[in-house]
Design a protein around this ligand. Structure first.
Ligand code: FES
Length: 246
């Protein structure tokens, strides 16, 4: 039986960087739009998740069975949030402080806005004062707020770390479900992903493999339905694991 390392075609002793690179290569190779299949693609994604979960030893000793997808991990494309620290319910709920990142912690601050709320308010991605309007609109914490992206963290990981559930599927730059529009600041993204140069020029980034390079940035997440971008997305119905399913 193939181990997750076989599936990613890496040595079990490979560094995280090599594994990440191999994963990005394999998700592109197995992407249904690149001649692969949904089954292959899911296999690669699960292999990567197993490796990243730190179960190396057990996998090597026991072989590998695909785990049952965790329904709790599935995203619904609505960017809902369940605060990771809602233990007492009377503080740190984001209403007053907008989930202000901890002061003094090393990282880049990213102000985010959910694309889904733009049409409700008659706003556009091109509005110069988009984030000013958002800051005054009493939006829900999952729709507007701030996250701190720590070193070596992707924007998607940072959002999840704060308890937000942003859309994603492959987590490897191959599906565009996690796309965000960078309105201010810079976000670095490795080559070898699915976005066209035109989208990159427009400030579109894939949050699963991107991280800010400026101390402050503003992004609109959940932009997967933008014209042209929607066609790059993997049809979620092809997959049975965590995904954006709208
Ligand atoms: S989740 Fe697929 S490109 Fe980011």
């Amino acid at each position: 039986m193939d181990t997750p390392f076989d599936v990613l075609q890496v040595d079990p002793d490979a560094s995280d960087e090599v594994i990440d690179r191999a994963y990005r290569r394999r998700v592109l190779e197995t992407h249904p739009d690149q001649g692969g299949s949904a089954e292959e693609f899911q296999r690669v994604r699960r292999a990567y998740e197993r490796i990243k979960s730190g179960e190396k030893r057990a996998m090597l000793e026991e072989g590998w069975e695909s785990p049952t997808p965790d329904p709790e991990a599935a995203t619904n494309g609505e960017a809902k949030t369940e605060s990771a620290d809602t233990d007492d319910g009377d503080e740190d709920n984001g209403d007053d402080e907008r989930d202000e990142p901890e002061a003094g912690v090393d990282g880049k601050r990213v102000e985010f806005l959910n694309y889904d709320v733009l049409s409700d308010h008659g706003w556009s991605l091109d509005d110069d004062d988009l984030f000013e309007k958002a800051s005054e609109a009493d939006l829900a914490p999952e729709d507007y707020g701030r996250v701190l992206v720590k070193p070596r963290e992707s924007l998607l990981e940072a959002a999840e770390e704060r308890g937000f559930t942003w859309p994603y599927s492959c987590r490897g730059g191959a599906c565009a479900n996690c796309a965000v529009a960078v309105v201010e600041g810079e976000m670095e993204m490795p080559a070898g992903q699915i976005l066209t140069p035109e989208f990159i020029d427009q400030g579109i980034r894939l949050s699963c493999i991107s991280a800010p390079t400026t101390d402050e940035a503003k992004v609109v997440f959940n932009v997967k339905h933008l014209p042209g971008l929607d066609e790059l997305r993997l049809p979620p119905r092809q997959f049975d694991g965590p995904q954006a399913n709208d």
